[in-house]
Design a protein around this ligand. Structure first.
Ligand code: ATP
Length: 497
């Protein structure tokens, strides 16, 4: 891709506005004031999202060792007991007693200025000055926060958290010492199956797609006649009743995941973990994401989830900071062992070659399609000065671009519209294209730049003589003449690259 310019600080606001204006993303139920944490994908957005999912699907399942599935969103409630979600899928929540605003305790510090944090910590020091063990604990957390914010660590501490809370003002209404005690809030959405709304009918909207894969491990293995190592991939909706949604599509209550669980002999777990870690980062790069804005964040051993032996996040540098877009985990035999225990059905694999019988280890790659969408959108967005004017352009990789080519008759006469319609009809068989005959040609280019269309095809007077057209490439804005009968092949070659 061509050289990319620095992004302005208010880039998210510009992108949210462009996303709405051009039909990428709308607020859910907007005419009713919107529904927090839910978004709708418009005509351009749905194409981009589908293209991201399609590229993921191709790269993950067009290989002999990965199969696809599409499991139900509603699952047997025991699944979520076995997985640990009923017990552990919680965030600590506090409310302001005055303004009723609700916050996640573990990230409250992110909404408080450094100056106010320092003051609260000093007030806390003063209050506990005679308790040497509390003072020691406090200073130890400040001195050794790992890669966490020490303030949030102290807030989460059983002894210090409540005391520190009492020194804080509510970020919303400004009242001092107005918070309730922290309580655990389960993020799963509950509903009822069947007509009777009692506790025996409770089911959950899945908070991740992975469990549909674990419980189908042997079904897929035997029906597809797979041998270990092999994987199962799935794309689908997931739901989390997040306490605070924020940053556009980054943290929403309904979102889509693209997950793959790779089942391996425990002896080979490290090799496959490293393999998938490298593959997945490369996937983002291969679709044009700026490599300088991608990094791994390896989880230190003391921060690993209870099921994980090794874990890393692939992070993207959003305008508001680095954020996870995908997690890679060595989940060991935790999931299959738990499902074996809770279902009473054996989930062991018999290895024909070594004659061993064992529960496989699982290497998981768990990507957010919606969060990835946001990263691809932000990464592609540029404001550039061209001939004294600012052009907004989305430099999507051609594979991801919602519209692959736009077709413009230079003027609406002299037979140009007829040829343009002929080209449109031909290209539409294989590509999403757009026909535009309204306004000056420069304006038409700008409209397509904003939509991220990589190629604009113009039918002009020379076309009438030699049946060639100009093709203008979005990023370089260079034009070349291409014969009409070569157009389809030209686009195909450029898009596949
Ligand atoms: P976070 O710490 O950001 O809440 P997580 O560690 O809980 O994320 P996972 O459970 O590993 O996330 O989910 C895998 C992927 O699903 C994440 O990398 C992210 O892309 C996506 N994801 C998770 N929660 C959300 C959400 N609320 N909104 C949008 N995408 C999400």
């Amino acid at each position: 891709m061509s050289d990319k310019k620095n992004k302005p600080a208010d880039v998210v606001a510009n992108i949210v506005s462009l996303a709405k204006r051009r039909g990428f993303v709308f607020q859910s139920s907007e005419i009713y004031g919107g529904l927090n944490g839910c978004w709708d994908y418009g005509p351009l957005g749905v194409e981009l999202l589908r293209n991201i999912k399609e590229e993921w699907w191709k790269s993950m399942t067009y290989r002999e060792d990965v199969e696809g599935i599409d499991a139900a969103i509603l699952m047997h409630p025991r699944v979520w007991e076995a997985s640990g979600h009923v017990e552990n899928f919680t965030d600590p929540m506090i409310d302001c007693k005055v303004c009723k605003a609700r916050f996640r305790l573990d990230v409250l510090g992110d909404s408080i200025s450094d100056k106010k944090k320092d003051k609260a910590l000093n007030d806390l020091r003063f209050e506990i000055k005679d308790n040497s063990s509390l003072i020691e604990k406090l200073e130890n957390k400040i001195a050794n926060p790992g890669d966490e914010d020490p303030f949030n660590l102290i807030l989460e501490d059983n002894d210090l958290g409540k005391l520190l809370l009492s020194k804080l003002n509510c970020p919303q209404c400004g009242n001092l010492n107005s918070f309730t005690d922290a309580r655990k809030f389960n993020l799963m959405f509950k509903t009822f199956i069947g007509p009777v709304e009692d506790s025996s009918a409770v089911v959950y909207l899945r908070p991740e797609t992975a469990q549909g894969i674990f419980v189908n491990f042997l079904n897929v293995q035997s029906s597809a006649r797979q041998k270990l190592p092999f994987g199962i991939a799935q794309i689908g909706k997931a739901f989390r009743n997040e306490i605070n949604t924020k940053n556009f599509l980054f943290r929403t209550r309904e979102f889509e995941q693209m997950e793959m669980q790779f089942f391996v002999n425990p002896k080979n777990d490290k090799q496959w973990y490293d393999y998938w870690k490298a593959e997945r980062l490369q996937w983002y790069k291969s679709l044009g994401m700026n490599p300088n804005k991608l990094r791994y964040h390896d989880h230190p051993a003391n921060k690993l989830a209870h099921y994980a032996k090794e874990a890393t996040d692939i992070e993207y540098e959003f305008p508001f900071g680095w954020g996870e877009i995908e997690g890679i985990h060595n989940r060991t035999d935790f999931d299959l062992s738990r499902h074996e225990e809770y279902s009473g059905k054996s989930l062991k694999y018999f290895d024909d070659e070594t004659k061993e019988k064992y529960i496989p280890y699982i290497i998981e790659t768990s990507a957010g399609a919606s969060r990835g969408f946001m990263a691809f959108l932000i990464d592609a967005y540029y404001e550039e000065e061209v001939n004294g004017e600012i052009r907004s352009v989305l430099k999507f990789h051609p594979k991801l671009a919602p519209i692959k080519a736009a077709i413009f008759p230079l003027v609406n006469k002299d037979g140009m519209p007829e040829i343009a319609r002929e080209i449109e009809k031909d290209l539409r068989r294989n590509f999403k294209v757009f026909y535009d005959d309204k306004g000056a040609i420069g304006r038409r280019y700008r409209r397509q730049d904003e939509a991220g269309t990589p190629f604009c095809i113009t039918i002009d007077t020379q076309t009438l003589e030699d049946r060639t057209v100009t093709v203008r490439e979005r990023d370089s804005m260079q034009q070349e003449r291409v014969s009409i009968d070569q157009l389809s092949k030209y686009l195909n070659d450029k898009i596949i690259m």
